[in-house]
Design a protein around this ligand. Structure first.
Ligand code: NAP
Ligand code: GLV
Length: 299
C-alpha cells in the first residue's frame, strides 16, 4: 500500500517531509505524486492545504492525516472522501510556538511596544504609564490544544486569563472583562464572523485583539471601524480572509494593526513527522487513531 503526500508545499519542503518519513517508516512506500494505480494503492493521504479534489477517486483510503491543525478547508472540499477517518495535526512543538506568539503579542500590548515602534518612526519621545501583568485581563477564545497552551503560558507570566469554549455561555458578555482577546477557535459555521461589531462593542474601550486562528472569524469592515473609532487600540493579525494578504488591503498600512504572515505556529516537520509515523503505525497495527476530527462539528 502507498502513502501519498498531497500538498501545496514547495519542492524543498516536500523533500524534507519525504526524507524524514522514509527514515521513520522504512517499510512504507511514500510518494508525493499520485501513482498510476492511486485509486487502489493509496490507503493513507497526508495533506497540507492541498488543492480541492486532491483526494478524489482514492477508493482505498483508510486514513487522511492533516499536517495542519485547522481542517476547515479540507472539510469545505465536496470531493473529500466521506467516511474515511480524518485526523488533524496535534504537536506539542506547535502548541509551544503558539504560546510564544501569544505571549509576545500580549506582552507587547501590555507594555505599549507597538506604540513605541510607531513613535520611533516619527522620532517621538512619549512614555506611557507602565501596567503590570496582573492588571491585564486576557480572554482566550478556544480552550483546545492551542488555547490551553496559551492560557498556561499567560498565567505563568502573571496575566489574569479567562477561557471560553463551547461548554461556556456568556457570549459576548465575557468580552467586557478583557483588556486583550486572543482568538484560538477553529473555523466552523458557528464561529465564522464571530468577531464582529457586536463583539467589538462588548469589549472594554481600548482593548486589544490578537487573532491567531483564522481570518474568517473576523468581519474586517467591523474591525477597521472599531480601530478607527478607538474602541479597539490595536490588533495583531496572523490570519486573513485571503492569504497572502492582498497588497492593497488597509491592514498593511493601518497604524493600529500588526500583520504577521500566518506564522503563529507553523508545523515543524522535524517533530511532526514522528507524530505522523506513530499514526501510520497505529493504523497498521489496528490500534486507536489519535486526534480524529468530528466532521459534523467541523473540528
Ligand atoms: P482544538 O484542540 O480542536 O480546540 C478547539 C477549541 O475551540 C475547543 O476548546 C472547542 O470547545 C472550542 N470551540 C469550538 N467551536 C466553538 C464554538 N462554536 N464556540 C466556542 N468554542 C468553540 O483546536 P486547536 O488545536 O486548539 O486549534 C484551534 C485553531 O487554531 C485551529 O483550528 C486553527 O484554525 C488555528 N491554528 C492557527 C495556527 C496559526 O499558525 N495561525 C496554527 C495552528 C492552529 P470544546 O472543547 O468544547 O469542543
Ligand atoms: C495552521 O494554521 C494550522 O492550522 O496548522
Amino acid at each position: 500500500m502507498t502513502i501519498l503526500l498531497a500538498s501545496r508545499l514547495d519542492a524543498a519542503e516536500r523533500l524534507q517531509w519525504l526524507t524524514l518519513l522514509r527514515a521513520l517508516l522504512p517499510h512504507e512506500t511514500i510518494v508525493d505524486e499520485r501513482p498510476a494505480d492511486a485509486a487502489t494503492s493509496v490507503d493513507i493521504a497526508l495533506v497540507a492545504n492541498p488543492p480541492p479534489g486532491a483526494l478524489q477517486g482514492l477508493g482505498g483510503l483508510r486514513l487522511i492525516q492533516s499536517l495542519w491543525a485547522g481542517v476547515e478547508r479540507l472539510l469545505a472540499d465536496p470531493t473529500l472522501p466521506p467516511d474515511v477517518p480524518l485526523a488533524r495535526m496535534v504537536d506539542p512543538a506547535m502548541s509551544e510556538a503558539m504560546a510564544q506568539t501569544a505571549l509576545w503579542a500580549v506582552l507587547s500590548l501590555q507594555r505599549d511596544c507597538f506604540d513605541y515602534a510607531a513613535q520611533q518612526r516619527r522620532a517621538q519621545w512619549q512614555p506611557w504609564p507602565q501596567r503590570r501583568a496582573d492588571e491585564i485581563a486576557v480572554v482566550v477564545l478556544g480552550q483546545g490544544q492551542m488555547g490551553m497552551a496559551v492560557r498556561r503560558r499567560l498565567e505563568a507570566n502573571g496575566y489574569r486569563v479567562l477561557g471560553w469554549s463551547t461548554r461556556e455561555g456568556r457570549w459576548p458578555d465575557l468580552l467586557g472583562d478583557a483588556d486583550v482577546v486572543v482568538n484560538l477557535l477553529p473555523l466552523t459555521p458557528a464561529t465564522q464572523g464571530l468577531l464582529d461589531a457586536r463583539a467589538f462593542a462588548a469589549m472594554r474601550r481600548g482593548a486589544g485583539l490578537v487573532n491567531l486562528a483564522r481570518g474568517a472569524h473576523v468581519v474586517d469592515a467591523d474591525l477597521l471601524a472599531a480601530l478607527d473609532g478607538g474602541q479597539l487600540r490595536h490588533a495583531v493579525l496572523d490570519v486573513f480572509h485571503t492569504e497572502p494578504l492582498p497588497p492593497e488591503h488597509r491592514y498593511w498600512s493601518h497604524p493600529r494593526v500588526t500583520v504577521l504572515p500566518h506564522v503563529a505556529a507553523q508545523t515543524d516537520p522535524r517533530s511532526a513527522a514522528a507524530i505522523v509515523a506513530a499514526q501510520v503505525r497505529a493504523l497498521r497495527a489496528g490500534a486507536p487513531l489519535q486526534h480524529l476530527v468530528d466532521r459534523a462539528r467541523g473540528y
